[in-house]
Design a protein around this ligand. Structure first.
Ligand SMILES: [Zn+2]
Length: 176
């Protein structure tokens, strides 16, 4: 009788254990599926959140970048050519100058229109004469001193820069 109960137990225990394991396995499976779904859902949340932020960022940044690029290119084009404008002839004299940080420097240099030699200034009262030691060129101005002449030259340079007339001078002086 005792042996029979042991045999019965031997039969019932694996079944119970199997059912329990099966139960646990099923619960685990559901849990695993749930965790998996949550993980996938999380993936979706993440993958949708990032592009939205990316799109918003692009929408904000891209037009700004394009506008900046356009602005820089639009500014750079005339800037480059106006800084090439460093000499011109005014009042029969060849004038040369430089730019510092995009601005015309105060000093403009008078050169001989024939030989490009530096001209000397001679002032007598309100009469000004510019002479070239190299070739003997001479040019006189009445009712004009050196400062006034240079100021008028600077004004002419400024006028040509503003009107864009300088471009034809740059093109003419360009050896290419
Ligand atoms: Zn000369």
């Amino acid at each position: 009788m005792k042996k029979l109960r042991s045999l019965w137990l031997l039969l019932i225990v694996p079944v119970v254990v199997g059912v329990v394991i099966d139960r646990f396995t099923k619960i685990d499976l559901i849990g695993a599926v749930w965790v998996g779904l949550r993980w996938v859902g999380h993936l979706f949340v993440v993958s949708f959140t990032l592009p939205v932020w990316g799109i918003i960022l692009l929408m904000l940044v891209l037009p700004a970048i394009l506008a900046l690029l356009e602005f820089v290119l639009a500014r750079r084009q005339p800037d480059e050519s106006y800084e090439d404008y460093t000499s011109d002839t005014f009042f029969g004299i060849s004038w040369h100058w430089r730019y510092c940080r995009g601005r015309l420097v105060d000093d403009v240099t008078a050169r001989c229109p024939r030989c490009s030699g530096l001209l000397d200034s001679h002032e007598w009262g309100y009469s000004l004469t510019l002479t070239c030691d190299h070739c003997g060129f001479e040019k006189s101005f009445n009712n004009m001193d050196s400062l006034t002449l240079r100021e008028r030259v600077r004004k002419e340079i400024d006028r040509k820069l503003v009107t864009g007339e300088y471009k034809s001078v740059v093109r003419r002086d360009d050896p290419a």
